[in-house]
Design a protein around this ligand. Structure first.
Ligand SMILES: Cc1ncc(COP(=O)(O)O)c(C=O)c1O
Length: 380
């Protein structure tokens, strides 16, 4: 009999989600607002442990980045700096507003935005266009916190607001502070593959009550305060449904265990692949970094593996019915963004070329991890 498929990162229910959904049905709160939405937002605020932050739950993390950019006044002829090594959703909303993304490479330590190339990009864009980029979007990739102190220092120096893309980093911390609380705004994602899910959904973490109210306003078609439907601004339909928020409430009850399980997966891979030459991990470089290890990611060096490439490894895993995935293809290499400015030295190009995400779901059993390790050991 064929082995069951091992997936990269599947949704993992906690068990109480349906109670919150049932309550919504029983009370007819089957709408994009309601008690589950309010409670989910409060629970996220508590989890983030930052009294100043206000969370607005939305239909997607992408919508969150979009509404962050809207509130920073991004528009046509503006530029927004974005980490190049990321998923397209970090950059796409910049283009929704007619602005241009400026891509900044990663540094080798965290695989996230290089503070040095960030500053170089800002200086050069001011020289080239005569004005500052409107925002900076660093990403905590695969859960690994970016070097936020250094990024925020550059942002402060040039007075450019930061939208932190923490879509993959719920539960991660930098210097003991939760990811998602560093920027003027931060995006969270509850897509089906994330550390917790609402099937699809996201949130914008805001720094003030005014920002949170404005986010809700834009997310519900920008209705003016009038008894009839009146609009002075363009709005969006981005609020989360009370049903999805019910799933989120169930998931919040198990979030700490989900983080712990993904970290345990990461430890398992590191321990069991320690003696394989030519594999290195994205890893916490000091106690400043605490990753939720949403996806355990490795770099394969063919010069040390006897010629085995990451693609050889991916195909061998696939043949054994195991899903793995190349690291994100950097945005500056994407056809759709060709022509956008880019600042870097090719660090993310190499990460993409040689990097692989291993199955990392919290739902995986030890025997699943053992199968993955066996195939890697057999192949190298
Ligand atoms: C880095 C990053 N940014 C943004 C998003 C967008 O989130 P969503 O899928 O909820 O729109 C995702 C996930 O999909 C992501 O991985």
């Amino acid at each position: 009999m064929e082995n069951k498929r091992i997936w990269l990162s599947l949704a993992h229910m906690g068990g109480r989600e349906q109670e919150f959904i049932q309550e919504a049905f029983d009370t007819n709160w089957v709408v994009p607002l309601g008690p589950n939405v309010d409670a989910f937002e409060k629970e996220l605020e508590n989890f983030l442990e930052s009294k100043q932050k206000h969370v607005v739950a939305l239909s997607a993390g992408t919508a969150a980045i979009h509404l962050g950019l809207v509130q920073l006044g991004v528009g046509p002829n503006d530029e927004v700096i974005c980490q190049s090594f990321t998923f397209a959703a970090s950059a796409n909303p910049i283009t929704y507003l007619g602005a241009t993304p400026v891509f900044v490479d990663s540094e080798a330590n965290t695989w996230n935005m290089s503070p040095e190339f960030l500053e170089e990009a800002i200086k050069d864009r001011i020289k080239a266009t005569g004005k500052k980029p409107k925002a900076i979007i660093p990403v905590h990739l695969y859960g690994m916190p970016a070097k936020m102190d250094e990024i925020l220092a550059v942002a402060k120096k040039y007075e450019i607001p930061v939208i932190e893309d923490a879509a993959e980093a719920l539960g991660s911390m930098y210097k003991g502070q939760k990811c998602g609380t560093f920027g003027e705004f931060a995006c969270l994602s509850f897509n089906g593959n994330k550390i917790i899910t609402t099937s699809g959904g996201g949130a914008l973490v805001c720094s003030t009550t005014e920002e949170a109210n404005k986010t809700k306003f834009y997310a519900t078609q920008a209705r003016d305060n009038a008894p009839h439907y009146q609009h002075s601004e363009i709005g969006y339909n981005y609020r989360i449904s009370n049903i999805c928020a019910g799933i989120g409430r169930g998931q919040m009850l198990v979030l700490p265990q989900r983080v712990e399980q993904r970290r345990k997966n990461n430890r398992y891979y590191k321990e069991h692949l320690a003696d394989i030459k030519g594999i290195r991990f994205q890893t916490e470089s000091s106690t400043d970094f605490y990753s939720n290890y949403w996806l355990t990611s490795i770099i394969v060096d063919p010069e040390k593996t006897g010629g085995v490439t990451r693609e050889d490894l991916r195909l061998a895993l696939d043949k054994a019915n195991i899903e793995s995935r190349p690291l994100w293809k950097p945005m500056h290499l994407q056809p759709v963004f060709s022509g956008c400015p880019y600042y870097g030295n090719g660090t993310s190009d190499l990460l993409f070329e040689n990097g692989l995400c291993l199955p990392s779901g919290s739902i995986l059993m030890e025997e699943d991890l053992r199968r993955v390790v066996e195939i890697i050991k057999e192949t190298i």
